[in-house]
Write a protein that binds this ligand. Sequence first.
Ligand code: ADP
Length: 342
Amino acid sequence: MKDLTPNGIALRISLVVAISITLLVFALEYLMSTVNYPLIALVFPVTFLASYTGFRIAVERFIYKKIKVIHRTIHSLKLKKGEEQKEFSLNQIQAEVEDWAQLNKEEIDRLKGLESYRREFVGNVSHELKTPIFNIQGYLLTLLEGGLEDPNINVKYLVKANKGVDRMISLIEGLDEISKLESGTIELNIQKIDLKELIKEVLSSLEMSAKTNNITLKFVEEPTKALWVMADYQGVNQVLVNLIVNAIKYGKENGETLVRLHNLHDNILVEVADNGQGVAEKHLSRLFERFYRTDKNRGRDSGGTGLGLSIVKHIIEAHNQTINVRSTEGIGSTFSFTLKKA
Ligand code: ADP
């Protein structure tokens, strides 16, 4: 159907009415053989004007007044006080109502998503904290109930309880860091840094841990000198440490971890690749979520908080850059992120 405004509706109806009446008058006069042409010429404009005015008022009053309320409600946020609504057509209203319904649906879906994310998050935090708290409580109770006098367990249990406290501290610190990164409280100190130098430092600081796990760390670098990027030194340091520690932790016996750099147009792409256990396809899209682990127990037992990759992603995004992962189960994983060239 054609898109009609109140004006258009009134105009069309009046045209039909005026033509019909004019034809009727003409037919009657013709039948009575007294055709008065000046009168007929007058009937058309008069009937057209009269019916146009009447229909316009009727359409306005009975249909548009009601629709206007709906239209105004939908527009209430967009129209400023005292601003008049322009004339609108039925098709326009239909399109706007559909848009409005679609927007509402999207907003409701978004809120539902946030709500389930919040619920899952609270559940995860309490679950993660519960384990070390119950462990600590168990050790302390045993000590209180006489274990303190037993030289076989007293120091051992205190050390274990202390480990639980350490674990709780790393969880709280991780959460605190994520919340600061999310709220923008942590100010990045973006400056020109020598990326190659930074990578070498991180690799040498993790050398021992790699050796203990029988993993070789390698930096595949082009023979150019310094490579300058604009980034926060501490932030990138933490990203590299987290990724390389994971590569070691989830690597295989006698495996290797490579750090590679690729020169892109405006950016440098940093890759941390391992030939370890890899990640199944179904987990990949959720890997950067807080507390997400492919193997719940193994990750926790190896001392991980499940927050490392989430922190890494936040740091990279705070640099307005991106991080990705590709992985094949049993073959290995490659985490890659970009940094802006200086
Ligand atoms: P965690 O403290 O558990 O290591 P992360 O956020 O660092 O937490 O990593 C989340 C999960 O991603 C890990 O539990 C592990 O399942 C998976 N993962 C991370 N890095 C690797 C990797 N290099 N190889 C295989 N799996 C990995």
